[in-house]
Design a protein around this ligand. Structure first.
Ligand code: GDP
Ligand code: MN
Length: 384
């Protein structure tokens, strides 16, 4: 899960990484009062909170010398789109006089199976350009987890990029805290860009980008609340309550697919798409295909606008096909929507399941295998 800058800032601060005093707002009410009560000094930076890089270049980072200026920027940014992303929050922070902008990150290096530190003294908005044209200015250092970040690591990063060692203590402080944040929060990426050296010689994180391993979120309760508050896709949220993964695929797609496993989902989507049909949504049911779960999954899938047929593909040795079929029956009885439901299932009690399916009124089809289920869809292509 990628988190917004303000949340990354919060995370960094719990680890003691210096940032500027700031305030998050999601509306324009009494902005001047809020800024004053937060004790912020002008000038300030007004920063759109959206999950895109390069906000500076897109107009999402603005400077203001007074309350009127801050209000004007907030008005322009809040509830408006920036590069296609809705700005629901704005972060207002005290502005720093910057001497230098560095780039610093710790990321998971999957190839070498260890954390990797990336540092460049030429940070800021042009970092991608630097990486492309002057890769020697971007230092990459793998970390041995049993050893961690040593002061010699920090010294090497500064000296090999021509930075004065006066900054060593402060820089090492930031790097070791960033590394701790990365490890303890099970991150895939913890990035500070720019890590600014201020005119008065302090080292301050001015922007944060953090990507947390989704599988570790349960260990970070604050992050789960954050995710649920941020999540603006109601069907994803509702599916999650049942332990399903709902994946919007193609807007306006007319086929919904449910399966127990992401690999099977992908093959279903591929086969359907190859036949010129369009998948609107997919649902990974995870384990435990009980009748109730199947019913809920169908119900949620049918809330997707534009769905005209459902393909259910359940493959499991111990999965009981009579449960799966029972779920389809419940969904049809309680759903009030009549549309083709194609079921390919494999597992215990397959015969009993097939019989239940045959007894459900409407266009309910049992398919022997995946190809047959796609074929059944194809036969209904005119309504899709
Ligand atoms: P990004 O473009 O999405 O990465 O947004 P950043 O938060 O990194 O801001 C972009 C650029 O705005 C930075 O690289 C800085 O040059 C500038 N900037 C951000 N905060 C400050 C600040 O407090 N003072 C000054 N002088 N510039 C800032
Ligand atoms: Mn940045």
């Amino acid at each position: 899960m990628k988190i917004l800058e303000y949340k990354a800032k919060e995370l960094f601060e719990t680890y003691g990484i210096p940032g500027m005093p700031g305030l998050v707002v999601d509306n324009l009410d009494d902005l001047e009062g809020k800024i004053a009560r937060a004790g912020l000094q002008y000038p300030v930076v007004v920063k759109a909170q959206v999950q895109i890089g390069g906000r500076g270049k897109a107009g999402g980072i603005q400077f203001a010398d007074d309350a009127a200026g801050a209000a004007a920027h907030c008005t322009r940014l809040l509830k408006n789109e920036l590069r296609g992303y809705m700005v629901n929050q704005v972060l207002i922070v005290e502005k720093v006089d910057i001497r230098k902008e560095w780039y610093l990150s710790v990321m998971l290096d999957r190839e070498n199976k260890c954390p990797l530190i990336i540092f460049s003294a030429a940070g800021g908005m042009e970092i991608e350009e630097v990486a492309r044209t002057r890769p020697q200015e971007v230092k990459k250092l793998p970390v041995t987890p049993s050893i961690g970040v040593q002061k010699s690591t920090s010294r090497y990063l500064l000296s090999s990029t021509g930075q004065p060692l006066d900054y060593l203590d402060a820089f090492h402080g930031v790097l070791s805290k960033l590394y701790d944040a990365f490890m303890h929060s099970n991150c895939l990426l913890c990035e500070i860009n720019p890590l600014a050296v201020s005119e008065d010689g302090r080292i301050i994180a001015l922007d944060g980008k953090v990507d947390i391993d989704d599988s570790a979120l349960y260990r970070l309760p604050g992050m789960i609340e954050y995710r649920d508050a941020q999540q603006d896709e109601p069907l994803v949220k509702e599916a999650r309550l049942h332990g399903f993964l709902y994946i919007p695929i193609e807007q306006g797609g007319s086929v919904a697919v449910a399966s127990n496993g992401s690999g099977m989902l992908m093959s279903c989507i591929d086969l359907i798409t190859r036949e010129g049909m369009h998948v609107g949504a997919a649902m990974d049911l995870g384990g435990g295909a009980t009748a109730e779960r199947i019913q809920e999954a169908i119900r949620i899938l049918l809330l997707t606008p534009g769905i005209k047929a459902v393909l259910i593909n359940i493959f499991g040795g111990i999965t009981r096909c009579d449960e799966v079929a029972g779920g389809v029956k419940l969904a049809v009885e309680n759903g009030g929507k009549s549309l083709p439901i194609i079921v390919r299932m494999e597992g215990t009690n397959k015969k009993a399941g097939q019989e239940i399916l045959a007894g459900i009124p409407g266009d309910i089809i049992f398919a022997e295998d995946l190809r047959a289920s796609v074929q059944a869809l194809l036969e209904r292509k005119d309504i899709l």
